[in-house]
Design a protein around this ligand. Sequence first.
Ligand SMILES: NC(=O)c1ccc[n+]([C@@H]2O[C@H](COP(=O)([O-])OP(=O)(O)OC[C@H]3O[C@@H](n4cnc5c(N)ncnc54)[C@H](O)[C@@H]3O)[C@@H](O)[C@H]2O)c1
Length: 256
Amino acid sequence: MNQLDFAGRHAVVTGGATGLGFGIAQRLVASGGSVTLWDRDEAAANQAAHSLGDTAFALKVDVSQQPSVAKAVAATLAQVPRIDALVNSAGITGPNARLWDYPVDDWRQVMDININGVFLCCREVVAQMRKQGSGGGGGSGYGRIVNIASVAGKDGNPNASAYSASKAAVIGLTKSLGKELADTGIRVNCVTPAAVKTAIFDQMTPEHIAFMLSKIPMGRFGTVEEVAAMVGWLCTEDCSFSTGAVFDLSGGRSTY
Ligand SMILES: NC(=O)c1ccc[n+]([C@@H]2O[C@H](COP(=O)([O-])OP(=O)(O)OC[C@H]3O[C@@H](n4cnc5c(N)ncnc54)[C@H](O)[C@@H]3O)[C@@H](O)[C@H]2O)c1
């Protein structure tokens, strides 16, 4: 494992109680930083933070609710003076079904969490990042934002129209926000992982999981550590000349 430099920095990781978010938080703590895990599963977030040690905090947050996100920013800043990085990992897949059979309430929930949640967290945290002193990277303000999109947002997976559309929207939001903040010290990027075995698999059919594996040229799932390695670097000061970019993590599936 390479040593990343996140010393003295603080990251907010949404969906940090488990899966990719937790793996990313682990990597950032191992890189010398501190983290606040924002998750709607309060018990799991508390347990996760406890396992990371005394530089990790947990907050119950529903990223799809603006008042909850605004309250979480204030509560985080009551514990630490700045938010150097925001990793938007909270997400759900929604059920697997053809679009014409897709339950309307499930469609709305996927959009509420996967894209509206990313919008709300970016909106509230960017306001803080723009005020923070420059810590490198040029311009005014400082911050690193990493949105967890998906290959589904690039390729479009059948039986996952809500998820694919929400992740394509995350890619679009990343490109817009990256350009809006390009003359500041804030960098905004996203990653597009192919399938990685986490608890999110419980939300999908075995057929859909087999379909996703069949599309990966490396013939295997990605690992949480592989995602954390790339996202961890995107959270550091070293990521200075990339913004509004889409970083591939798909074992050769989506190389465009
Ligand atoms: N695992 C994969 O195969 C894969 C591939 C590509 C992209 N992704 C994306 O990566 C992200 C993380 O996925 P994962 O595999 O770690 O999933 P996961 O189910 O293991 O973890 C998701 C976390 O998000 C939290 N969460 C869900 N809704 C929330 C809300 N409204 N507010 C706050 N927290 C909420 C959950 O409680 C959970 O802790 C998701 O955005 C997912 O779409 C995952």
